[in-house]
Design a protein around this ligand. Structure first.
Ligand SMILES: Nc1ncnc2c1ncn2[C@@H]1O[C@H](COP(=O)(O)OP(=O)(O)OP(=O)(O)O)[C@@H](O)[C@H]1O
Length: 363
């Protein structure tokens, strides 16, 4: 990593080698410790996602009125948008216990059978990253979801026998970042599917005010707006930035978070006004300054910022693309006019017939 030797230290995700980032959407250790305290407990408290909330409210009320277990629910959306929170709310609204597990934790069908057979009637089973479950477990799940029954295979080879096992009715809440990765037979077995969108800044402001109240932090509306604008549409990031700004306000001021304090604090952490961090800006800066805005091949761009190809592609680019700052084209990466604007740079005057550098960098 060579973005800047004077910058605040980052740790690395051992799985990917990618840096743990203040603006990363996946939970880090500290998030896990504090998130429980910040989770909304019912639909009323859950901010934003109006359509999902309204639909889910109907599904749950109807099930309650029938005295039945709620239909299986599939939640899709980017990390940190509230899928785990919503699954807990579903359980709370149904007055049911919840069991939490994840696709990667279920390697064998037997693992799933053990969980399913120990569920209580009406229990909510939250299966995070459901698209990463093993194939045999997935097939067992089909029958469990539809008939509340599984066949447990005992023995091997020709002598193997299937022992049917009745299950109590339960509600499966599956979460995935990519609903498109689910096989259709699995997707079709969910009675209700909800796609979670990124949050609008005004919604994130509400999340921040709510969290500030719970953390006993004083914050002005302008301070919340400043943090919301840098939170990349994601409540988890908003809560994390709030905690870092709180630290700064405590150490450098009297604890009150104003716009100025929020802006100074996030400047220290190198999260800019649009939520870009050092890596994002390094990629954009290289694209603009070294390659005149592109098109440039991904590998060339990665070498220019001293990062792995995968880090640029999977860690930095998705947000830059979402923000309309960078486009992926068959000829390579190109910067949009908004990218020049954001970094305060002037594009080279429509270089002789636009894209004069393609031949050089379009690998
Ligand atoms: N709508 C919301 N209102 C208030 N807080 C929220 C909302 N959505 C998420 N949060 C907060 O954001 C944090 C992350 O939410 P959560 O763990 O539910 O996300 P997730 O989508 O399950 O993420 P992952 O897929 O990484 O597990 C929690 O602290 C939660 O309190």
């Amino acid at each position: 990593m060579n973005w800047d030797d004077t910058a605040p230290p980052t740790t690395e995700d051992p799985a990917t080698g990618a840096p743990d980032r203040l603006v990363g959407a996946d939970a880090d250790g500290e998030d896990t410790a504090v998130e429980a305290a910040l989770r909304p407990k019912d639909l009323e408290e859950f901010v934003g996602q109006e359509r999902v909330r309204e639909q889910l409210d109907l599904v749950l009320r109807a099930a309650r009125a029938r005295g039945a277990t709620a239909d299986h629910v599939l939640l899709s959306g980017a990390p940190g948008l509230g899928k785990t929170t919503l699954s807990m709310i579903i359980a709370a609204e149904m007055g049911a216990p919840i069991r939490i597990t994840s696709g990667p934790a279920i390697q064998h069908a037997g693992d799933l059978a053990a969980i399913l057979s120990s569920l209580q009637e009406g229990e909510v089973l939250f299966l995070d990253e459901i698209h990463r479950m093993s194939r045999p477990a997935e097939e067992m799940l089909y029958m469990a979801m539809e008939d509340f029954r599984v066949d447990v295979i005992v023995g091997k080879g020709p002598g193997a026998t299937a022992i049917p096992l009745e299950l109590p009715p339960f509600t499966l809440v599956g979460a995935t970042t990519r609903a498109g990765l689910l096989p259709p037979p699995l997707r079709d077995r969910f009675g209700f599917t909800a796609h979670m969108e990124f949050y609008a800044p005004a919604e994130l402001e509400r999340v921040i005010h709510r969290s500030a109240g719970l953390l006993d932090v004083e914050i002005e509306p302008e301070g919340a707006a400043e943090i919301a604008g840098r939170s990349r549409g994601t409540p988890r990031i908003a809560n994390r930035l709030l905690r870092r700004v709180r630290d700064y306000a405590q150490v450098k001021a009297d604890g009150l978070i104003t716009r100025e304090i929020a802006s100074q604090a996030l400047g220290v952490y190198e999260v800019d006004a649009r939520g870009l961090d050092r890596l994002d800006r390094a990629v954009l800066t290289a694209l603009l300054k070294l390659f005149g805005g592109g098109p440039v091949g991904l590998s060339t761009l990665a070498v220019a910022v001293g990062e792995e190809r995968e880090t640029v592609e999977e860690v930095a680019e998705p947000f830059l693309v979402r923000e309309g700052l960078l486009a992926r084209t068959p000829r390579g990466r190109i910067a949009t006019p908004a990218a020049w604007d954001h970094l305060g740079l002037v594009p080279p005057q429509q270089q002789a017939g636009a894209g004069g550098q393609q031949g050089l960098f379009g690998a």
